[in-house]
Design a protein around this ligand. Structure first.
Ligand SMILES: NC(=O)c1ccc[n+]([C@@H]2O[C@H](COP(=O)([O-])OP(=O)(O)OC[C@H]3O[C@@H](n4cnc5c(N)ncnc54)[C@H](OP(=O)(O)O)[C@@H]3O)[C@@H](O)[C@H]2O)c1
Length: 310
């Protein structure tokens, strides 16, 4: 009888046990059109912020940034051979970070010479995979999730190599990048003629010039990564101590960082924004923009108007 009573009560107990998990808000995820794979819509940039040498304090701080990022559901990390010691540091720190198995690794080829591309990408694979056991926290060490042509540099030659390497399984996706509102015409031509999986481009409250290209990418089935979401940090100088716009509060933003990120993510064609930081608390704050509602069209306009009025 005791056992039957216990069995009868199990569904109710299970329901209670599930409640806290069910009550957890789900982080915003976006679909990569080329595959249908879903990824969290905020990643982590590493330009300047991860160009760090052997100084223990600086390294520990970057490890804490990675820990905060993954603890909040992080996935995509974006780097480049252009970012100095960033790729090496990632390779050394990632194996020590909890949940880093969720990593979506994105880096770039950055050379004017097509024949140098393979050697550079091989070196990037070595650097990212240079953890204690040669693996990046449970991931295959010898491939990247995404390889991009940095700043469209010699893209006709590099894209040929990227496609060949993708065919052999060394990359899951390939893409191209630009930033700071530059080379949009070239990007438009490329999107119209070349099959790529990802485009990376700048979009933020101070620079909205890429919006038509982002629409074009979506219409071509190309995933969009947004770089410089804070205009390299200049946005914070501009907003200073100004109060948060009411429209940002309505969507649960706790500060301007989340308001900027939610304004970007409210564009449905954006797959992932990649803010960079040296500060673990900022990493947590930025990842917080994955939670709660996004601004609707009217709220987006009100946030942009409040920013323009500063
Ligand atoms: N062509 C390309 O492929 C290209 C070009 C540019 C950038 N990117 C990629 O995009 C990434 C992001 O762009 P970015 O690094 O230029 O600049 P960003 O992400 O727009 O801004 C970074 C700055 O914002 C500050 N910040 C971050 N979170 C903050 C918060 N919650 N509160 C206050 N300040 C905050 C950081 O300072 P703290 O350290 O104090 O947090 C840092 O100075 C790059 O790291 C790179 O991976 C790619």
């Amino acid at each position: 009888m005791k056992r039957r009573a216990l069995l009868k009560s199990l569904p109710a107990l299970a329901g209670t046990a599930l409640l806290p998990a069910a009550a957890q808000p789900a982080p915003l995820r976006r679909t990569i059109p080329a595959s249908g794979e879903r990824i969290n819509a905020i990643g982590l940039g590493t330009w300047l912020t991860f160009d760090v040498g052997d100084q223990v304090v600086q390294r520990t701080r970057r490890q804490q940034v990675l820990q905060a990022f993954f603890a909040a559901g992080g996935g995509m990390i974006d780097s480049s051979p252009m970012y100095g010691r960033a790729e090496r540091l990632l390779g050394e720190l990632l194996p020590q970070v909890k949940h880093a198995g969720r990593l979506f690794s994105a880096t770039k080829v950055w050379t004017a010479f097509g024949r140098i591309g393979p050697a550079q990408m091989t070196e990037s694979l070595r650097l990212w995979g240079s953890g204690a056991d040669g693996r990046v926290a449970g991931r295959e060490p010898r491939r990247f999730d995404l390889m991009q042509v940095h700043n469209l540099l010699n893209w006709p030659e590099h894209l040929k190599t990227l496609r060949a390497w993708k065919d052999t399984g060394r990359f899951r996706y390939i893409g191209v990048t630009t930033s700071h509102g530059s080379r949009h015409d070239e990007m438009r031509r490329l999107l119209s003629s070349e099959p790529v999986d990802f485009m990376q481009i700048t979009l933020n409250l101070a620079d909205r010039s890429a919006l038509p290209l982002i629409e074009l990418a979506a219409s071509r089935g190309v995933a969009v990564i947004v770089n410089r979401p804070f205009d390299g940090g200049l946005l914070f100088n501009r907003v200073g101590e100004r109060p948060l716009p009411e429209a940002a509060r309505e969507t649960g933003c706790t500060g301007w960082a989340q308001a900027c990120l939610k304004w970007i993510l409210a564009h449905p064609a954006v797959t992932c924004a990649i803010p960079a930081t040296t500060n673990p608390a900022h990493a947590t704050e930025n990842m917080g923009a994955l939670l709660g509602p996004l601004p609707d069209a009217a709220q987006q306009r009100r946030i942009a108007a409040a920013f323009d009025a500063l």
